[in-house]
Design a protein around this ligand. Sequence first.
Ligand code: PEP
Ligand code: MG
Length: 586
Amino acid sequence: MSEARPKMKVLKGIPAAAGIAIGKGLFLNRALPRSVQSTVGREKVEEEVAAFQRAIARSKEQIRAIRDGVVGSSSEHHQILSVHLALLEDSMLIDQTTRTIRENQFAADWAFNNVLQNLLETFHRIEDPYLRERGHDLRQIGHRVLENLAGRPMDSVAGIKEPVIVVTHDLSPADTAQFLKSPVLGFATDVGSRTSHTAITARSLAIPAVVGLERVTDEYGAAGTVIVDGEEGVVVLDPTDETIREYSEKQKAYGQRTRDLARFARLPTVTRDGKTLSLLANIEFPEEADVAMRSGASGVGLYRTEFLFLNRKDLPSEDEHFETYRRVAEKFVQNPVTFRTFDLGGDKFASQLELADEMNPAMGLRAIRFCLREKDIFKTQMRAIMRASTFGKIRMMFPMISGVAELRAAMTMVEEARTELRRKRVPFDKEMPIGIMVEIPSAAVVSDLLARETDFFSIGTNDLIQYALAIDRINEHVSYLYEPLHPAILRLIRRTVESGHDAGIPVSMCGEMAGEPLYAYLLLGLGLDELSMNATAIPRIKRILRKSMAYEAKEFAGTLLTHATAGDIGRILRKKAEDLFPDERL
Ligand code: PEP
Ligand code: MG
């Protein structure tokens, strides 16, 4: 008689790092140890203070040892572990604990726990996800200090000797750093978000991971086999044989796909007849820079700087902007990084600025219009971008330019910002290219006039389609009319490319259309010089372009534009692409 198998459980979380792992589960205890209220006699107070200081010193030693072990192999890890060390030096944490021990005669662990909980409470109330993450960091080092105070060794990742899937409440960067040297196949955690350190390091180590599962440690029990699907954000506990077979197939397919694509990341984007294009990445956070580089991006074509406003009420300072921009610029060294000035307002972060409600926010006071009105906000950002321009190959571009007058108004602000920097003797690169997004139909129509006064164009199809076809890009009821292949859109793109080339400036595309495999051949034919997209799309687009002939694509695009409807154009394009690239998933 066969033993009853535990029932299979399927949990949904946040996909943190792609790939599929199947293996034996291992539970790692990472819940914050409990400490009970306890006081000590007055004569013991200094002993408690000394014990606390030893625990801090020991924790620092441990983290330093782990950090030193990963030097060179991943600077991201190094930085995160340095943040942990800095938190252990934080005077608030140390001084307040010491004071609490002395003033209340609390035992060291109880005093520390009190201070820690208060700080965690403060972090918990912060809306900004990045700062809230620092709360996680604090919890993780808190755990380590408490274990050291109790003289208990922590469950160590370093002790893992066989291939396992780690199931745990949370992982610290110290844990994930040790994954480098351990046979961990994947992991699943209760907490965490896509921007959490755990998720970032998982991606940089390419270990399949799902975070934010909320109850995986409760549900885990003592599950035998665990499946982690880091693409879909699914974790299966105690899978049936059939489910294991199904995921093994998925795992093989994924492995094959990544092996095939990885070869393309490093290759140049050159068509069979020798035309070179640049494929760049669109990013929102500095942390995405590493993934972008690994995906073969030759720079950043669109950095959406308004994400600096994510969930915060105050304005970032010039130094804060500068540090962020410099960090990204230095990562890419000689490759261009294109900072788009704030595209605030409309559907984007309007609440942070307490803007008045608008009847028609997409057509309201947003992007460059907002910046030309809020001159201080605009100039603060521009000065920061200019300051960062001496640290890399930086470009700046303005969103939502509708015509020449607006471009000139923005350039006047540029001059003012430059004068302010000169007055303070702050160095900047005077040659930094300054371009515009072409995402309002009027800009495409007068692109010949705009091209004379700017250094480059970047076509933003997401908005260009919205405004040209009068389709609200976030309204699902009209999304069926959102057609990138509408002849009007293709004509606007063609016109913009021609205007740019006639004036001798490069033309890029950074809307979502640029990263769609089906459109790659057409965009090559339309003559775009650069395509900027979600980094993970780069290898696929590169592979398609490397199989293409630019002169044939140009001819094909010419005839395609003679057709009258998006439907016809779509059918012809699909047929062509399927014939040319039978192995691609279009
Ligand atoms: C666009 O409009 O195409 C674009 C790239 O900008 P965003 O999506 O940020 O509006
Ligand atoms: Mg836009």
